[in-house]
Write a protein that binds this ligand. Structure first.
Ligand SMILES: CC(C)(COP(=O)(O)OP(=O)(O)OC[C@H]1O[C@@H](n2cnc3c(N)ncnc32)[C@H](O)[C@@H]1OP(=O)(O)O)[C@@H](O)C(=O)NCCC(=O)NCCS
Length: 225
């Protein structure tokens, strides 16, 4: 495969179908394999291996390194990063899909969730969302409420993942838009952060937060190899 290149100011987002992606444990590190071994269900274990194998292959294609020889470190609140190479990335998985977002010289976070209606939306919103987000959510009529809930959830998670704060960040300390057309950080966040919706699949909701205003966000399908 020819090497992949990423211009500064651009973001590439790869969508991985975990059902067809090969679960190649041979390129995973001992700690990834140990984590894989802790999954109770074979399907979850396979999904974890396939997403980490795809992540390594994608990063290898940009860095000209072998997928097994990539070195990762963990930032203070758990965010994984490459030890060298000047490439920022973030991974998210849900159901049968994973997304890997990459940028050069600009921090970012991505979140994907499979749309599902059987979720205690109001209770979760009252616990984690800001009052204005909860009010906006409850104003949606029933059939539109679940997509609005997951837009809010993924937009908030993408930002939390981008800043790498993990569970130390109060999810109600900042406000995102819920509208389908425009993903926005409405308050509680300073520039240069920008938020973007990712149209990955009709049954999923995904969002990207970036510490710049990207010139281009290109969505690509990762083909099994
Ligand atoms: C771990 C967390 C970063 C995201 O978890 P998640 O949404 O369940 O999982 P995702 O699939 O989107 O992301 C997991 C990946 O993010 C990366 N990641 C792990 N910790 C991270 C951190 N602190 N910051 C950014 N990325 C992180 C890893 O690559 C991880 O993949 P792995 O578990 O296969 O190694 C964390 O923010 C979390 O647990 N959030 C839940 C908060 C919550 O209660 N939200 C309520 C709804 S708004």
């Amino acid at each position: 495969m020819p090497p992949l290149r990423l211009k500064s100011g651009n973001v590439h987002v790869w969508v991985v179908d975990l059902e067809s992606a090969p679960a190649t444990p041979g390129i995973l590190s001992p700690s990834e394999l140990a984590r894989a071994g802790r999954f109770r269900f074979a399907k979850d274990r396979r999904g974890f291996i396939a997403s980490h194998a795809a992540l390594r292959q994608i990063l290898a294609a940009y860095t000209d390194l072998h997928p097994a020889s990539l070195d990762f470190m963990t930032l203070p609140h758990g965010k994984p990063a490459l030890v060298s190479g000047g490439l920022q990335f973030n991974l998210s998985h849900s159901g049968e899909l994973a997304v890997v977002a990459l940028a050069a010289g600009c921090e970012l976070g991505v979140d994907i969730e499979r749309l599902r209606a059987q979720v205690e939306m109001e209770a979760i919103a009252r616990r984690f969302f800001s009052p204005s987000e909860t009010e906006a959510l409850l104003a949606y009529p029933e059939p539109e409420r679940a997509p609005a809930f997951f837009r809010c959830w993924t937009r908030k998670e993408a930002y939390v993942k981008a800043i790498g704060g993990g569970l130390t960040i109060s999810l109600s300390s900042f406000v995102v838009s819920l509208e389908p057309a425009r993903a926005e950080l409405l308050s509680g966040v300073e520039a240069p952060w920008t938020l973007h919706s990712l149209d990955v699949h009709p049954s999923y909701c995904a969002a990207l937060a970036v510490a710049c205003n990207p010139a281009e966000i290109s969505l690509r399908r990762w083909l099994p190899r």
